[in-house]
Design a protein around this ligand. Structure first.
Ligand SMILES: Cc1cc2nc3c(=O)[nH]c(=O)nc-3n(C[C@H](O)[C@H](O)[C@H](O)COP(=O)(O)O)c2cc1C
Length: 330
């Protein structure tokens, strides 16, 4: 059972928050992030409708009761009623009445993907403040767990409405706000702008979790000092380099830095990641899911591009492990 700390207390203990990433922050990767010392760990987004329809694949995306918290389950949807119902399903399984490893529910208001915003979900909600507010109020009213929202700066450069919207959503009951420093129109291009994140951190009565482009401990330390955020959320910087969570957590705990992982350690972790996926998903799926992760473990090393091609052609896990060992010289 997770400790009954508030989100503010959890972030004060460890401000390292790992971002939701569809197709990537599944259980195997979350377990690695947990081992590395991350604080709050977000799941990938889960569709509210699919949960309400009892979709098996979607239920399997939820954390298992045995997974160690504190976890945040991110829900994606646009209708207050189904979002509230989905929140109750998660709370009963994994919140105070169930396993207790989920300490917060998050509402996705940042996803820029066309298929999501076309449905009125993700970042589209930032253009509909009234609906966004009703949605937060409905979810907050349906569960005991605290509820966060994940926002971008706004829809586009002319509509950077994150400050008034976040204020409204906190008034509606949101317990924390994560902000990715880009607009929807930017998708992932350009550099994240932390100016409005800093303003939000100064103005909002709820903890603000800043997000965007953190790839080193130095950047994390600078962002924290510049913005006074309660937490820092990291996404892509952890891919192939979950040691960043360890290094950030150590930094914020005042512990001395550890050496960067050796090639042998990277190889061992990549192989262990694959084997854990096999235990959870079976060999066929594990090999395919790892095609998204393994290139990141190889990144920056000579021969990585050719190796990526080679890995994509391999269908059995033993051959993948063998190829990795050869690549890393193990
Ligand atoms: C492959 C991928 C999948 C993502 N999936 C989600 C998601 O399911 N929900 C969400 O709110 N954000 C999602 N994001 C956005 C990240 O959570 C994060 O806001 C963004 O990557 C910026 O942080 P970073 O620069 O540290 O990666 C995704 C990003 C990537 C790259």
């Amino acid at each position: 059972m997770a400790e009954q700390l508030t989100i503010t207390e959890l972030l004060a203990k460890n401000p390292v928050v790992t971002a939701p990433m569809a197709g990537l922050t599944d259980r195997a990767f979350r377990e690695i992030l947990r081992e590395m010392g991350a604080g709050l760990i977000y799941t990938e987004m889960v569709s509210d409708m699919a949960l309400c329809y009892n979709n098996h694949k979607t239920l399997e995306m939820l954390p298992a009761a045995a997974e160690q918290g504190p976890l945040v389950v991110q829900l994606c949807g646009s209708a207050p009623e189904t979002m509230a119902q989905a929140a109750q399903i998660v709370e009963q399984l994994l919140g105070p009445a169930g396993a207790g490893n989920v300490v917060m529910l998050d509402i996705n208001m940042g996803c820029p993907a066309p298929k999501i915003v076309k449905n009125g979900e993700g970042c589209r909600l930032m253009q509909q403040p009234e609906l966004a507010e009703r949605l937060v109020a409905a979810v907050v009213g349906a569960v005991r767990l605290p509820v966060s929202v994940k926002l971008r700066l706004g829809w586009d450069a002319e509509n950077r409405n994150v400050l008034p919207l976040a204020e409204r959503l906190v008034q509606a009951g949101a317990s924390a706000v994560a902000i990715h420093g880009r607009t929807r129109e930017q998708f992932y291009a350009g550099q994240a702008d932390w100016q409005l994140i800093a303003e939000a951190a100064a103005r909002l009565p709820a903890p603000v979790i800043g997000n965007g482009d953190i790839a080193s401990v130095q950047q994390a330390a600078d962002r924290m000092a510049e913005t006074g955020c309660a937490g820092l959320m990291v996404g892509r910087g952890l891919l192939g380099n979950p040691w960043l969570a360890r290094d950030m957590a150590r930094h914020f705990a005042g512990l001395p830095p550890l050496p960067a992982p050796s090639r042998a350690e990277i190889c061992r972790l990549a192989c262990r990641h694959l084997r854990r996926q096999m235990e959870l998903l079976g060999e066929y799926m594990a090999v395919r899911v790892m095609r998204s992760h393994l290139p990141f473990y190889l990144k920056g090393l000579p021969g990585a591009a050719a190796m990526r091609g080679r890995l994509n052609g391999l269908n059995d896990a033993a051959a993948v492990e063998q190829a990795l060992r050869e690549f890393f010289g193990e």
